[in-house]
Structure formats: C-alpha cells, structure tokens
Design a protein around this ligand. Structure first.
Ligand code: NCD
Length: 316
C-alpha cells in the first residue's frame, strides 16, 4: 500500500506502490474521457502550485488534475514573488504553510530543494521536478503510457536517448523502469552521460543504430542547455545527424516500437518533426493525456494519507 506522506522521487517507491498508482491512474484516464469530469475527491482541500522554473505542460496538468478532483487550486507566480525580494525558499515555505494548504506542488532548479521544503511544512509535497534530480510524475506518466501501449511494464527493452546527464526525467525513468525489471539502454554522446552511469544497472552506448536494435520503446530527451555550462555537443546540426531520431535510425528498433518525448520538443535537434507527429509511432500526445490521470491518482493517494495521519494525531 502506498503510505508515503510526500512524493519526492521514484527512488523510494516499491514496485507495488508504482502499480497501485498506475492502476488508479488508469481508471482516471477512462474517467477523463467523460464530458462531466468533475469529482469531489479533493473537495475542501487547498492545492498550491509553486513553480520556480518555467513550465507549460506540468503546471497546467497539475492544475487541471486538482480542479477535476474538486480542490481549490492556486498558482503562485514565482516570477513576481518575494523570492525576487530576497526571501529564502524556507521563509516562503513557512509563510505558505501558515495558510494551511493540503497539497504543495513544487518545481525548483536545485536538486534537493523540494525535499528540504517538505521537511518544513505540514502538508503533502509533490516534486514537479528538482534540478537534475527527479521528476516522479513524469516517470509515472511515461510508465502508464508504456503499459497501455505495450500491455505490460516488465521485460521490455527501453532506450533513453540524448542529454541524460542533465535530465531528471531520465533519472526517474531509470529508477522506475529498473524496479519493474526492464532492460534499459542509454544512448548519447559520452559528454552527456551522467557521472557514475556504470552503477545504474543500465547499458550505455554512443552509437544510436546499435543502441536502438530490437528496442520496444524509444524515449527522446531535449538538450537541456539551461543546465549546461560549456560545449557539450559539437553543433545542433552535427548532433541531429548523429543522435537525432529519424525514420532511418528508428528502423533499427522493433517494427512496433513506440516513440516518446516528455516535451518541450526541439524539432530537428533531437527528433524529426514528421516522426514526432506520426500517430502510428509517436505516443507523445498520449503522454500528455496520461499526465493528468497520473497526477489525479497521486494527489488522491497523498490526500488519503494526509487524512489518515491527521485522524491518527487526533486519536492519540
Ligand atoms: C521536462 C522537465 O521539465 O524536466 N519537461 C516536462 O516536465 N515535461 C523535460 C525538459 O524540460 O526537457
């Protein structure tokens, strides 16, 4: 049973936790096709979204998920917040905590910042991406997309390609897909592989044709220039030539291999634009769709745990 108070990463989840979240999210994915999507699962609860980094899909997805479940949702505009006036992250957190939110969704450019914040507040904290550390709901939505498309989430060969070193999406996916007993292959230039990659229990190659051989799933990543501080790649043209996914390179994978990307996508850099739009191969839009369902599931489970811990506290 999923008993955690916060969702800070995939590393601390068990395979049973992951399956429980995905089963509930699967039901929400079906529910989300209805015309009337409103439910009261989080009625009376307050959800605050604090994004210290730009985001389109993740923030919108958390907001829609909360509203669909009946929560009161507030988006803090961090650009205009007191952080800009020199307030520390902890002071901002304590201020918000005094307003008694129930769910705090946080994205922050520094690895570990979300955990630090979770230690200071009374509500449930959801990590919406911290530096290059973890992005748990992205890995969960990727897992649900794979499970629905392939009919299972084990014994698959999955390639993760591109800028692995700077990617919290890659890290969370490596943890999740590894826990579910899949074979993982990391593909990209050596300069974009993380330190200690040999300890992750994955295969590593800089040759995309070889790496894609017989894979079931191809996950492409963006070059995260905002986290680079030097010349990691020769040029975008050269990068696309060697590591960008196009139909010729994809022909090395299984004929029914699916193509994924967490977004935002840079067409013509890590992926061919026509391939990204090919509904016979690309599940990129399904990933976005599953994102809402996964966030609804996680917020429901965390709200349940919060209620249980409050009930216990009043009976002691
Ligand atoms: C990712 C992120 O922010 O880590 N995007 C997302 O959440 N959909 C990947 C990226 O920024 O490249």
């Amino acid at each position: 049973m999923f008993t955690q108070r916060h969702l800070l990463g995939i590393e601390s989840l068990s395979p049973q936790d992951i399956t429980e979240i995905l089963d509930l999210a699967d039901r929400y994915a079906t529910h989300n096709l209805k015309q009337n999507k409103h439910l009261d699962v989080l009625a009376g609860l307050t959800q605050i979204n604090m994004f210290f980094e730009n985001s389109t899909r993740t923030q919108a997805s958390f907001e829609i998920a909360g509203k669909r479940l009946g929560a009161d949702v507030m988006n803090m505009s961090m650009q205009a917040s007191s952080i800009k006036k020199g307030e520390t992250l902890i002071d901002t957190a304590l201020t918000l905590n005094a307003m008694h939110p129930d769910l705090l969704v946080v994205r922050h450019p520094h690895s570990g910042a979300v955990k630090l914040l979770a230690e200071k507040v009374n509500c449930a904290v959801l990590n919406a991406g911290d530096g290059r550390h973890e992005h748990p709901t992205q890995a969960l939505l990727d897992a649900l997309t794979i499970r629905r498309s392939k009919g299972r989430l084990h014994r698959l060969t999955i390639a993760i390609c591109g800028d692995i070193a700077h990617s919290r999406v890659a890290r969370s996916n490596i943890f999740l897909l590894g826990k579910m007993e899949n074979r993982i292959r990391l593909i990209g230039p050596k300069t974009l592989m993380p330190a200690g990659v040999d300890k992750l229990g994955v295969e590593v190659t800089d040759d995309i044709a070889e790496g894609l051989k017989d894979v079931d799933v191809v996950m492409m990543l963006r070059l995260q220039r905002e986290r680079m501080d030097g010349g990691f790649i020769p040029s975008e043209r050269e990068y696309y030539h060697r590591w960008g996914l196009d139909p010729v390179k994809l022909a090395n994978a299984k004929p029914d291999a699916i193509v994924m990307h967490p977004g935002p996508m840079n067409r013509g850099v890590e992926i061919d634009g026509t391939l990204a739009d090919d509904i016979n191969r690309s599940v990129i839009q399904e990933q976005v769709e599953m994102g809402v369902a996964v966030r609804m599931a996680v917020m429901e489970l965390l709200a349940q745990n919060l209620r249980n811990s409050k009930a216990e506290a009043t009976t002691c």
